[in-house]
Design a protein around this ligand. Sequence first.
Ligand SMILES: *Cc1c(COP(=O)(O)O)cnc(C)c1O
Length: 376
Amino acid sequence: MEFRDLKLQYAHLKDRIDEAVASAIASGSFIMGPQVLQLETQLADYVGAKYCITCANGTDALRLALEIWNLGPGDAVFVPDFTFFASAEVIASVGATPVFVDVHSDTFNISADDLESKINQVCREGHLTPKAVVSVDLFGLPADYQALRKVADRHNLLILEDAAQGFGGSVSGMRACSFGDISTTSFFPAKPLGCYGDGGALFTNNSDWADLARSLRVHGKGTDKYDNVRIGFNSRLDTIQAAVLLVKLDAFRQYELHAVNEIADKYTSRLKDLVQCPLIPQGFQSSWAQYTIQLKSADQRALVRSALSCKGIPTMVYYPRPMHQQGAFRHLHIADDACPVTSHLVETVLALPMHPYLNSSDVDFVAEALHEIIQP
Ligand SMILES: *Cc1c(COP(=O)(O)O)cnc(C)c1O
């Protein structure tokens, strides 16, 4: 059994993907070929945003957003303590200061209450100006934007939705990548919508920011690419990757998103009396980038992991360390108890195999193995 079986997905989509890639190569338009614009149009339409600008990866998409907003030294940007490093890395890379916020123990997403208290703390200390929050849609589930928007409005913060894992998730029919003032996603192969290499995209309803993103991704171009009006990046999505994504987006919309939700429901119904299963609040839908259970302790997790591994069941720990304890942020001198929920989660979370082509008997096999290993 594979943790996320990309080879099996390819086997299902092989004819269409091979044809799309071959035709992109035959056209010779390797950079910004017509498939890129076609993909951007379909993505914007799917998520319900006015503009989509693709780029080289999800980290660049976040970085572009912070550059568009001109954030830098002296600015505080809030980010969950429980996330992938890139969400916080980009804040430091533009010279702003990441301020880590705790998460909810049942949804794994940023707590609006702790956001408010961390904003107040920054204001009291008086060294930094609160400017934005990077709200991560962790493991496929959108954050609580209703609550976040209230806090953000009260303190005049911009919301940058990091939907690298959240693509396809929704709240009351509104899709992830439409909740932020700018939203971003990643097409890293293992994400809900992945390509065959690196890729990313930025979404917004603001036409000035969309124009800036288009300029920044090609060396700060002005009217043409040899007219450079600002310092930018080289961050485009390859035509070949766009061609792959057009096929994959179709499968994602047609049945993959539905399939992962069926698998998640099955896991939850088999495991809910045994371990803590992920909570999907009323009205929310996840795209299940991960299916993450919680065990009682680090010791129990280690035992369960190795017993599952003996049965050929791969698992992963996302994430084993809070952001505030990463070596790269040591100079910020953040107290050990700054985000107690995150400190607990890093010891107890365990992600189970999850992908749209996981069959029902594999889910049974994993559930039965967990029942054998864990004595309730
Ligand atoms: C994967 C990921 C990113 C970065 O995306 P890349 O395409 O790998 O650069 C950013 N944030 C989160 C939450 C991610 O999971």
